[in-house]
Design a protein around this ligand. Structure first.
Ligand SMILES: *Cc1c(COP(=O)(O)O)cnc(C)c1O
Length: 389
């Protein structure tokens, strides 16, 4: 299987990655073919490349309501998270603490583990049963030695959205640097960094119909971080290495499309999600919805189906050409139950019986109805076979 003609597939794993928007692909293709220059070169060919680079930076800055010079392009959300954390702690003594949450993406969680190995104390804040990190829980976790706090904007597994502006206010009142991983929310809900009140914020292109391998870190003017890669003076001397111009151009274009269509896409996607949810409530016995139902990304439906293995449902649907996920995409292939679901209070058995369906702008009502039909059939079949967990 060298290429996936996604017409034949129903793709409902948009939280793991999104299919590239044709307009983004077209713009990247054109850049690769006609704009090979190095943005650092002084000649005309270099200046053309530099122009495209800065045009994309402006597009990303528009969606964040920040200055273009506050954007550092990276190789993706993971590198942006790493740069925020290690770029901050590079300047701090070993007694300073990093506080984050139990529901972060591995890009933040495993950075915290590594910081701890280097000798820095860390704390992990538990979410409530809806997967929300409350201001009260954050307040309880912040100690005198805390230098930096990182709380994700929206969770990648259940879609719950955190009240970042109130958490930022709290951090600010205590003089603590505040970072938010907004990879899931950027381009889908407003991420105005002034309203959110963040010092740093991470984003990625491939979750918003852009290319893989490119993202950015917003760093508020006046906040000093150290580079974590060393070389040339690219990206304000914060991220050395010749810029991935086609990728960055793709990110800029993806951000522009999101900015121009955010409301419309969000309404469309949530109408599909709500339809799916309603059909399952009416026709699927014994399942529960994970995460907040009022305060959730439009795309997400995370459910626990009693007495059926998540993996079995995934395989059953995959045979029908329907792509969904069990726990986090990043832990698929590993048998570990989702850390987010466990932190929300689900048992290991319940976590293993969970599915994540994430809808995107390319899905249709037919996709959703077919998926509901097949999922209901899969559950009937698997329960009937006694393949219980
Ligand atoms: C996908 C994701 C990341 C990682 O981004 P990459 O660009 O794949 O490195 C980080 N955080 C969250 C919340 C994500 O969903």
């Amino acid at each position: 299987m060298n290429s996936i003609k996604h017409k034949k597939f129903i793709y409902l794993d948009n939280s793991a990655t999104t299919p590239i928007d044709p307009l983004v692909a077209e713009k990247m293709n054109e850049t690769i073919r006609t704009n090979f220059g190095n943005p650092s070169s002084i000649h005309t060919i270099g200046r053309h490349a530099k122009h495209l680079l800065e045009e994309s930076r402006e597009q990303v800055a528009l969606l964040l309501n920040c200055l273009p010079e506050e954007i550092i392009f990276t190789s993706g959300g993971t590198e942006a998270d790493n740069l925020a954390i290690f770029g901050t702690f590079a300047n701090l003594p070993k007694e300073k603490r990093f506080v984050t949450t139990k529901i972060e993406h591995p890009a933040v969680l495993n950075s915290a583990v590594q910081l701890n190995r280097l000798g820095y104390p860390i704390s992990l804040i538990p979410p409530d049963k809806f997967g929300e990190v409350t201001v009260e829980a954050v307040d309880n976790a912040l100690s005198k030695d805390t230098a930096m706090l990182s709380v994700m904007h929206a969770n990648n597994e259940v879609g719950t959205i955190n009240d970042i502006s109130r958490i930022a206010e709290l951090a600010k009142s205590k003089g603590i640097l505040f970072h938010s991983d907004a990879v899931q929310s950027f381009g889908k809900i407003p991420t105005d960094v002034k309203n959110l009140g963040v010092d740093m914020l991470s984003l990625s292109a491939h979750k918003i119909y852009g290319p893989k391998g490119v993202g950015a870190l917003f760093v508020k003017k006046g906040i000093e971080i150290s580079p974590t890669t060393f070389g040339g003076m690219h990206e304000n001397a914060k991220r050395a290495g010749t810029e991935n111009l086609p990728g960055i151009v793709g990110l800029g274009m993806a951000a522009k499309i999101c900015r121009e269509n955010m409301q419309q896409h969000s309404e469309y996607v949530s109408s599909l999600r709500d339809h799916l949810q309603m059909r399952l409530i009416a026709e699927l016995p014994d399942f529960t919805i994970n995460g907040s139902q009022s305060n959730r990304l439009a795309s997400h439906l995370n459910i626990t189906v009693s007495d059926v293995e998540g993996e079995s449902m995934l395989m059953f649907l995959d045979l029908k050409g329907i792509a969904i996920s069990t726990g986090s995409a990043c832990s698929s292939g590993s048998p570990n139950p989702s850390k987010t679901l466990l932190a929300m209070g689900l048992t290991v058995k319940q976590a293993h019986s969970s599915l994540r369906i994430t809808i995107g702008k390319n899905n249709t009502l037919d996709d959703i109805n077919l998926t509901a039909d097949e999922l209901i059939k899969a559950v009937q079949h698997l329960r009937g076979m006694g393949l219980n967990v």
